[in-house]
Design a protein around this ligand. Structure first.
Ligand code: ARG
Ligand code: ZN
Ligand code: CA
Length: 265
């Protein structure tokens, strides 16, 4: 389809218990959500406030489980790895401990995870038990290939199986893939009104919103419409986020012309 980018996906399921070894159906439910959300086909797009309907964007990106592995052999696009690691952490850039600053154990077989498939040809998604409270994390474009991709906790992945309220709408992966395509958090990382997500059609907002706010929520003189807390790049509950903007779509497609151009070929 013209102007639509197709992304082969490999899902690495890294499990310490049978429950964490999520089903193929749970994985397929997540791929379906990605295709809805990045195709503006999500059923809840109708909830976008009238004032923002004209900026709601179709990201024109499709995802499918890989059908060929890195050696060209047929694959389901799913790897399954038993681990002795009971929960995985994310890298903590603020830690004084250099090991913790680059903690990506789930991404390497030698540390109880699974090695990435070539990052220029696949979106790597690791699904595992993350440490308490952490739903997911992503690597922005331009980083090392060996750690490229997104990591999502199994209880925040897909819409069935172990997916648990209020994060059982598949939106953690939508959010993390947004980062993988260079989208920043909608408030611009830095709390206060100086932070900027470098996207013109998302209103400047003070900080993250959580749960399911009432519209409008005005901060940083962004009235009368206030924060676009229903954007996938905020921190609201899965059922409360349902849009990208045209400006975010342009930023993602620019990534496919630059750091991730191997997917656009
Ligand atoms: N990186 C964020 C976190 O782990 C993900 C937030 C996803 N939000 C959501 N509603 N699923 O805190
Ligand atoms: Zn985020
Ligand atoms: Ca903005």
């Amino acid at each position: 389809e013209e102007g639509v980018i197709d992304v082969p996906v490999v899902v690495h399921v890294v499990h310490n218990t049978d429950e964490q070894n999520i089903s193929d159906a749970q994985i397929r439910s997540q791929i379906a959500v990605l295709n809805d959300d990045f195709g503006k086909k999500n059923p809840d797009i109708s909830k976008v406030p009238t004032v923002w309907q004209s900026v709601a964007g179709d990201a024109r990106i499709r995802f499918h489980l890989a059908t060929a592995d890195p050696l060209g052999r047929p694959t389901t696009g799913i790897t399954r790895t038993r681990t002795s690691v009971t929960s995985f952490a994310a890298p903590d850039p603020n830690s004084p401990d250099p090991e913790k600053r680059k903690d990506n154990k789930v991404k390497f077989s030698q540390s109880g995870g699974q090695d990435a498939w070539p990052a220029n040809a696949y979106l790597n998604i690791w699904v595992c038990q993350l440490t308490r409270g952490l739903l997911g994390y992503a690597q922005f474009p331009g980083g090392p290939a060996s750690t490229d991709g997104v990591v999502v906790t199994h209880t925040g992945f897909g819409t069935n199986g172990t997916a648990a309220r209020p994060f059982n709408g598949g939106r953690t992966t939508t959010h993390e893939v947004g980062h993988w395509l260079n989208l920043r958090h909608i408030w611009g990382e830095q709390r206060g009104c100086a932070g900027d997500d470098l996207v013109a059609d998302t209103p400047n907002q003070e900080g993250p919103n959580i749960e399911s706010p009432a519209f409008p929520h005005v901060t940083c003189s962004n009235g009368p419409n206030g924060d676009m807390f229903m954007n996938y790049m905020d921190y609201t509950d899965d059922a409360a986020m349902f849009m990208f903007t045209e400006g975010q779509v342009a930023r993602m497609h620019s990534t496919f012309q630059n750091a991730r151009k191997s997917f656009a070929a």
